[in-house]
Design a protein around this ligand. Structure first.
Ligand code: AMP
Length: 421
């Protein structure tokens, strides 16, 4: 199947082509024809499944552009998702002349959003709170709305937006189309469906993008000011060798690699703006062991054959679950086990919560400097305990025991020596 099989305009097909997409994802293949038929839908799909275009494409197809009043409204749990969704709708509608899409969310001056709303928009993407705010100020009239989309419905309800959502739904025409996209279908989602949807069709897409159970995933909460310090403590405590540290921006890549270098870690950086020659040089250093830590952006790491790393560290929380899975999948290859760490500071919590939902990530504390020695020693001891055929060495230890060094002290000295290595 490809996008040509849908009953949608050439403008949209062309825009999707420009976005680089040729084949619809499973959720798009199932949902687009149904949404075009204007029926109600509950779609169970994860972030990363392509769910945004699954509703954006048919919604765009149904717009009547000469009418500049909101015809579709998308509700999202966070400001970040609002921006992302609005951007994706705009991109899919980039060939539709005079199309106006607006994201409305808290934290941005309301006046600017009001001015755009007053000029007229076709699609509003908003957080429930800010949408209500605009309705109360009479900036936003939902009387002409034909489709309401609840994106990440479970998340919105969990965040306490139920009343706002119900008020918004009740302010739209009864004959509207109501679409719910949700990663999980808890009771509250079903209750909203029962009251506000008409014979909804249920579509489920099981995410086949699962990470292997061989990756042990931890996340660490930290203060933005302590992020770098937390990173070095993790590298130290977990005795990180051959690792890949991911950052979201070139600036962040440069910051992390520069400061790790300053602290004598064997590190180098890879980012999108480097020439092929410079990248090859870094990759060679990594392959032949001259450096063991690589700091990279998603773009820079794409297509690179960096597989056998023991630890992947997300210095910045990735933008979405797809990127997360892609990043951490660089470890635990070929039957080996691996570790994946994610550092999370306050602003990244909503984004991380969405990733956490689809993955088995356990919370851990960043070790305090005083704990690091013990953690490292324990790692060595766990390895040491696997040793067999020790008779010969036991004899040597026994011979070396004297008043100054008991066998315990000899063991402690060996441990210290190994830790300093
Ligand atoms: P979403 O689940 O909507 O957050 O989408 C996840 C990612 O998949 C986004 O980066 C989209 O741009 C991308 N995407 C959406 N549709 C397709 C498609 N048909 N083929 C490839 N990638 C897609």
């Amino acid at each position: 199947m490809n996008f040509d099989d849908f009953d949608i305009s050439d403008d949209i097909k062309k825009a999707i082509g420009d976005m680089g997409f040729t084949k619809p994802t499973p959720i798009q293949a199932k949902a687009i024809p149904e949404v075009l038929r204007s029926i109600d839908l509950i779609a169970q799909a994860q972030t990363g499944s392509g769910k945004t275009l699954a509703f954006a494409v048919p919604i765009l197809e149904k717009l009547f552009i000469p009418d500049r009043s909101p015809q579709a409204i998308v509700l999202c749990p966070t400001r970040e998702l609002c921006m992302q969704v609005a951007d994706e709708i705009e991109r899919a509608g980039s060939k539709i002349k005079k199309l106006k899409v607006l994201a409305v969310y808290g934290g941005q001056p309301i006046g600017k959003q009001t001015r755009v709303l007053k000029k007229g928009v076709h699609v509003v993407v908003g957080t429930p709170g800010r949408v209500i705010d605009h309705m109360e100020r009479e900036n936003l009239d939902l009387i002409g709305v034909e489709s309401v989309i609840l994106d990440e419905a479970d998340e919105m309800l969990e965040m306490g937006f139920r009343e706002d959502i119900e008020l918004i739904l009740a302010s739209t025409p009864r004959q509207r189309q109501t679409l719910m996209f949700s990663a999980t279908i808890p009771k509250e989602v079903r209750e909203i469906a029962e009251v506000y949807q008409k014979n909804p069709k249920f579509i489920k897409i099981s995410s086949n993008k699962k990470t292997t159970p061989k990756i042990t995933q931890y996340y660490f909460m930290c203060d933005i000011r302590d992020k770098f310090d937390s990173l070095t403590r993790l590298i130290d405590a977990y005795d990180v060798k051959r690792s890949l540290i991911f950052c979201n921006t070139k600036k962040s890549v440069n910051y992390v690699s520069k400061h790790l270098k300053k602290e004598d870690f064997p590190v180098d950086a890879l980012h999108g703006d480097m020439t092929q020659k410079a990248r090859d040089k870094v990759m060679n250093k990594f392959r032949n062991g001259n450096i063991s830590i690589l700091v990279a952006s998603d773009v820079a790491a794409r297509g690179l054959d960096i597989d056998d790393v023991g630890v992947v560290i997300n210095y910045d929380v990735p933008q979405n679950n797809d990127d997360y899975i892609h990043r951490i999948g660089r470890t635990a290859r070929a039957g080996k086990s691996g570790l994946a760490f994610t550092l999370v500071f306050e602003d990244e919590i909503p984004r991380f919560n969405r990733i956490k939902k689809s993955n088995k990530v356990e919370k851990k504390e960043v070790p305090m400097p005083g704990e690091i020695t013990e953690m490292k020693a324990n790692l060595i001891l766990n390895e040491v305990k696997k040793s067999k055929n020790l008779d010969e060495y036991i004899k040597i230890i026994k011979k070396n025991e004297d008043n100054e060094f008991s066998s315990t002290e000899l063991a402690a000295a060996l441990l210290k020596k190994m830790r300093e290595k």
